[in-house]
Design a protein around this ligand. Structure first.
Ligand code: PMP
Length: 435
């Protein structure tokens, strides 16, 4: 496949944009380097690059594009919003509508606040939890990504119960030392951390279903035990549902049928993003009334935003959720994902490529290994070189995946059986080439 224009644009981008990309995950560094593909147009489940090549897309922009690219209902909502003025700096009725839709779908949130990204949403939930508990420390789980604010960029992959070491330059050790990292799905490790530091823990932050080292389900009872233990020590539970909300059903992990005992797994605060903006920049956080009343102008925890709740993002989010209310959309994404994962597993086995697939409804991750992936350590212990070769072969056959062995494949409401057929044919050749 000829990608000359992409290569030329990459050379140009490198001169003006740091690393040539506006988010490091878009670079091809983890898959052998070189020019990422510069896309020119997207529609439904497809991309066209600047050289005119066509791709089936499973990146879905890292999650938000669950209804496919340029969905007419969302495009119409954004166009209407743009014609009415894109930014007011005053409240609008639209914000109430989206807040009500979120509250109805995620009942643990009595009150909501809109921000502009998942990073901001998570960052603010931590501030609010600290204000509410008057404590400082945060416990997070290894490999869970919570955006790029200082606290949560700490020890995104360190060993059990160690005090944080920054994963990024520019984060003071004084901040890193406020974060404790434990392995996902490991209650004894959480218990040990709480035993040691519990009196100063403001919150335990978790992706309740992980989307950042593949798709990983909590083991039965994990979230229940996490909530019970955290509260026993007087700390708050924060769910980062930036990926998971509206991903598996019309709602969040908190009411997902694949998990039991919903009453026992309700968090105090929830961070949202991605899907709730239908592809435009957005974030939101919400929680119980008591906790949310810490936030200015009601309370002492300050958080603000010039762009927050802008009519374009809010309209796009409402339109996206409206599409997701259509009967059968999640079932159809699941049906296609099931066909795809069964086909991938069969093809990998035929070519003797060890492959573990974690599928949750219409999303899944492929791990080049022969063991289960239930935590970050197991996700790291997979064959990155095989993934890179598979990724490149798929790309050259017109299948666009995320350039990282940790990222998920996302089905959208726009994918079809024909897309799945094409993908399976390409994957068969890709697995064969790995021999
Ligand atoms: N939390 C989770 C679980 C995420 O996956 C991400 C982004 N991938 C974020 C937070 C940060 O969101 P944003 O990139 O919108 O700042």
């Amino acid at each position: 496949m000829n990608r000359k224009q992409s290569e030329q644009l990459y050379e140009q981008a490198l001169q003006h944009i740091v690393g040539g990309v506006n988010s490091p995950s878009r670079s091809f560094k983890a898959v052998g380097g070189g020019a990422p593909v510069f896309m020119a147009k997207a529609s439904g489940s497809h991309f066209w690059d600047v050289d005119g090549n066509k791709y089936v897309d499973y990146l879905a922009a890292y999650g938000p594009i669950i209804t496919g690219h340029a969905h007419p209902h969302i495009t119409e909502a954004i166009t209407r919003a743009a014609a009415n003025g894109i930014l007011y700096g005053t409240p609008t009725e639209l914000e109430i509508k989206l807040a009500m839709m979120l509250k109805e779908a995620i009942p643990s949130m009595d009150k909501v606040r809109f921000v502009n990204s998942g990073t901001e949403a998570v960052m603010t939930t931590i501030r609010v939890a600290r204000a509410f508990t008057k404590r400082n420390k945060i416990i997070k789980f290894a490999g869970c990504y919570h955006g790029h604010s200082d606290l949560v960029l700490v020890a995104a992959g360190s060993g059990p119960s160690t005090l944080g070491i920054p994963d990024s330059a520019g984060i003071p050790v004084s901040i890193a030392s406020e974060v404790i990292t434990v392995p996902f799905n490991d209650i004894p490790a959480l218990q040990a951390a709480l035993d040691k530091w519990g009196d100063d823990v403001a919150a335990v932050m978790v992706e309740p279903i992980v989307g950042n080292f593949g798709m990983v389900m909590p083991k039965p009872g994990f979230l229940e035990d996490l909530c019970r233990l955290t509260r026993k020590y007087g700390a708050l539970v924060i769910y980062d549902e930036v990926i998971t909300a509206f991903r598996f059903h019309y709602g969040s992990t908190q009411t997902y049928a694949g998990l039991e005992n919903h009453e026992a797994i309700q968090p105090d605060l929830t961070a949202l993003g991605k899907i709730i903006g239908g592809g435009l920049p957005i974030g939101a956080y919400g929680g119980t009334r008591e906790v949310m009343e810490q936030v200015a102008p009601l309370g002492p925890a300050y958080q603000a935003g010039t762009m927050a709740g802008n009519p374009a993002s809010i309209s796009s989010g409402i339109a996206c959720l409206e599409v997701l209310q259509t009967a059968g959309v999640y079932e159809e994404m699941e049906r296609l994902a099931l066909r795809l994962t069964e086909g991938l597993a069969e093809s990998a086995a035929r070519h003797q490529v060890p492959l573990t697939i974690n599928r949750i409804r219409g999303s899944f991750s492929t791990h080049f290994c022969d063991h289960p992936v239930t935590n970050y350590e197991e996700a790291q212990d997979t064959d990155g070189e095989k993934f890179a070769a598979f990724f490149r072969s798929m790309l050259d056959q017109g299948i666009n995946l995320a350039p990282s062995k940790y990222e998920a494949w996302f089905l959208t409401t726009a994918h079809t059986d024909e897309d799945v057929d094409l993908t399976l044919e390409a994957a068969d050749r890709a697995f064969k080439s790995l021999l």
